[in-house]
Design a protein around this ligand. Structure first.
Ligand SMILES: NC(=O)C1=CN([C@@H]2O[C@H](COP(=O)(O)OP(=O)(O)OC[C@H]3O[C@@H](n4cnc5c(N)ncnc54)[C@H](OP(=O)(O)O)[C@@H]3O)[C@@H](O)[C@H]2O)C=CC1
Ligand SMILES: CCCCCCCCCCCCCCCC(=O)[C@@H](N)CO
Length: 338
């Protein structure tokens, strides 16, 4: 008897949630003819995002420092769009060469110039970033500032330049590319993780401010992704960091950008990928904004069990760290002997 009542109450609860769903889910926004500005668009995930946006009919602007790399990327992005007869079609790809961690005035004027010539930015994708892995005491102190400047301040600068226009128009999407290392602090990522966690604070606070203006933010948490940036960081990554990061696999830039773009169009606050990514987003959801009833239900139902699962992951990571320390101690001891 009580079982049936509980079941009926649960079903009514789910029905009410779904009836409320249109109030919570952001309206979908089209990429066709939209102006998409991608920072870090000359390489890796940013370039893949630009390619997919252009394939869906968007005009894109790629922003990075290195002009030659930008020109190369522009050609590559343009080449993926083909007419019906296989002929190349002229598509709208623009580039801006600027240091996003540098002087704000330069960034602001470059962004306004592109908006006057191409049109207002509808999608701002903050993807410029870099990582500097290493144990806390091995990292130069300047790297802690560098991570904040490149991974965090670049997003603050770009968003500051674009947001006022979006608010006036009452529409827009802003993406922050964080990382799974922006959901959990990991060995070797003390400087990097901090800068990626900072993006979350920024995104949560800003989403609350801009929701009444019909502007929706997406915070993406990619796992290891095979890009030029990833290949570079592999060279100096401590063994522990490699082994721990490998847990959630190696994704392709296309796969990651596909998911980020789809979540952005839907206006979802969290964008995560893979089974580990989904579990991680649930267990670290905290007080994040709700953009899907389905997701909120999943968080409520699975949080406890995912916390239990996370204890096993934590234990696995501790074992990796302990084993690597023993190996390192043994190596140093044998060096001393010889
Ligand atoms: N690859 C991975 O495993 C993961 C990456 N991420 C994040 O995704 C984002 C993209 O990573 P990924 O594609 O691997 O990186 P890449 O190194 O391949 O590309 C980085 C891009 O950012 C640009 N950039 C870097 N610094 C600046 C700056 N100061 N001003 C303007 N542009 C800048 C680079 O161009 P240039 O140097 O010419 O300025 C380049 O276009 C980063 O934020 C990264 O932290 C998150 C999780 C996993
Ligand atoms: C229920 C609990 C589930 C727990 C799953 C835990 C999985 C942890 C894996 C962390 C991977 C971090 C990759 C960082 C990639 C990155 O940002 C750099 N490559 C940047 O270049």
């Amino acid at each position: 008897m009580w079982g049936w009542i509980a079941l009926a109450a649960f079903i009514v609860f789910i029905i009410i949630l779904y009836l409320l769903s249109p109030l919570i889910s952001p309206p979908q926004i089209n990429l066709q003819d939209a102006h998409v500005l991608v920072t870090g668009g000359s390489s890796g995930i940013g370039k893949a995002l630009a390619i997919q946006a252009v394939q869906q009919g968007a005009k894109v602007t790629l922003v990075a420092r290195d002009k030659a790399k930008l020109e190369e990327a522009k050609k590559e992005v343009e080449s993926v769009v083909k007419g019906e007869d296989g002929e190349k079609v002229i598509c709208n790809v623009h580039i801006i060469s600027v240091d996003l961690s540098g002087e704000y005035e330069k960034i602001d004027s470059a962004f306004h110039a592109i908006e006057s010539s191409v049109g207002p930015v509808d999608f701002l994708i903050n993807c410029a970033g870099t990582s500097s892995p290493g144990r806390f005491e091995d990292l130069p102190l300047s790297d802690f500032k560098k991570m904040m400047d490149i991974n965090y301040m670049s997003a603050v600068h770009s968003t500051r330049a674009i947001l006022p226009g979006m608010k006036n128009r009452g529409r827009g999407r802003i993406v922050f590319v964080s990382s799974q290392a922006g959901q959990i602090g990991l060995f070797g990522f003390s400087a990097y993780s901090a800068s990626k966690f900072a993006l979350r604070g920024l995104a949560e606070a800003l989403q609350m401010e801009v929701k009444p203006y019909n502007i929706y933010l997406t915070l993406a948490f990619p796992p290891d992704t095979n890009t030029p940036g990833f290949q570079e960081e592999q060279k100096t990554k401590p063994k522990e960091t490699k082994l721990i990061s490998e847990t959630s696999g190696l994704f392709t830039a296309e796969n990651v950008s596909n998911i980020i773009l789809a979540d952005t169009v839907r206006g979802r606050f969290f964008s995560s990928m893979g089974l580990d990514g989904t579990m991680l987003a649930c267990v670290t959801c905290g007080f994040s904004p709700v953009t899907s009833i389905m997701e909120a239900t999943q968080q409520v139902v699975t949080m406890g069990i995912f916390r239990i699962i996370s204890l096993f992951y934590l234990d696995h990571f501790d074992r990796i760290v302990r084993r690597c320390k023993l190996d390192r101690d043994a190596q140093e001891a044998s060096k001393k002997l010889s």
